[in-house]
Each structure stands twice: as C-alpha cells, then as structure tokens.
Design a protein around this ligand. Structure first.
Ligand code: ZN
Ligand code: ZN
Length: 173
C-alpha cells in the first residue's frame, strides 16, 4: 500500500480511509521463516494536518510460524491497532526514521505495507508456541510429546514438579 505524500501536504483536515488485501511473501526474521496464510488486511484512516499525517487503523493477518518447542508449523492469527503521526516534511523528521525506512524519496510515496510488516515483526514472539502448553520434543529420542509419551519419558520428572520434589527433599532433612 503506497500513499503519495504530495496529496497530503498543505491540505489541513483532509481525510481518507484506505483498505487493501495484500498477499505477502514470507520473510526471515531472527532466523525464523514467517509466512502469511491468505491475504494480509490493511485498513487505515488517514487525516492530514498539513504538516503531518495521522494514520490510524489496523493490520489483520494469519502468520505461519514454527513452534519453538515441537517444531510443528502452526498458524497464528494476529490483529494490531496502529496509531502513528507521520511528518510530511523531511525537516520534521530529524532522525530520518520515516524518511529512511518507509519513504521512497523519488516518488514521494510512503510504503504502509512495509510499515505494517515492521509492526508485525516488532510484536513477534521470541519463542513462538503452537499452544501454550506445548510439550515439545523428547530430548532423548526426539518424539513429539504432544502425540503421546515415548518410552524414555517414563522416568523423567515433569520440570514443573521437579521444583516441588526438591522442596520436599529439603523439608525431609
Ligand atoms: Zn509446539
Ligand atoms: Zn523419548
């Protein structure tokens, strides 16, 4: 989604709603491949103050991730609200954040797709889990413990109870 900034300069109070469904290629982030199932829905309401552009709206996507415990692929639906004030003149963007990351200076177009991708990645979990209580893989034989226990699992203590076991040991002494 490209927004031509020249349409928004010096037009105080101009408003517009822009929506788009986009198909995104998968990206690599922190060593993980992130895919997108179906289109990413972008809907923003733009308001100009003449010197800046207020962008409010939301990003809705289904991210295809890999579980950090059991390595199974899974789909994570996400919805993020966005509210940003974007300077319309490079002079008002002293650290060059918008200008360098999302603005094509030749065409004077702001790339809201690129910006939306950054929002998704900023909120990306460091260790994605297919479900909160994913049991992961057996460290001995590699079996996916969500599918059932393996033979080596029998004499292993659930880490959640190991602590309790230690406390009980201490109490005995
Ligand atoms: Zn998992
Ligand atoms: Zn095992």
């Amino acid at each position: 989604m490209q927004i031509s900034l020249s349409d928004w300069r010096e037009v105080d109070g101009q408003e517009q709603t822009v929506t788009e469904s986009e198909l995104w290629d998968s990206v690599t982030f922190q060593g993980q491949t992130i895919g997108f199932k179906g289109p990413v829905q972008l809907s923003f309401h733009l308001t100009s103050s003449g010197s800046s552009l207020l962008v409010r709206g939301e990003i809705v996507a289904e991210m295809e991730l890999t579980c950090s415990r059991c390595t199974a692929p899974f789909v994570q639906p996400v919805r993020y609200k966005v509210s940003e004030i974007i300077p319309l003149n490079p002079d008002d963007d002293p650290d060059g954040y918008w200008t360098s990351l999302f603005l094509d200076q030749e065409t004077d177009e702001l790339d809201l797709s690129e910006f939306s991708l950054m929002v998704l990645l900023e909120n990306f979990p460091l260790q994605p889990l297919c479900r909160r209580d994913c049991r992961g893989l057996c460290t001995v034989c590699g079996q996916d413990l969500n599918q059932g226990d393996c033979d080596c699992a029998t004499d292993q203590i659930d880490p959640r109870w190991a602590k309790l076991g230690q406390l009980l040991e201490k109490g005995k002494k």
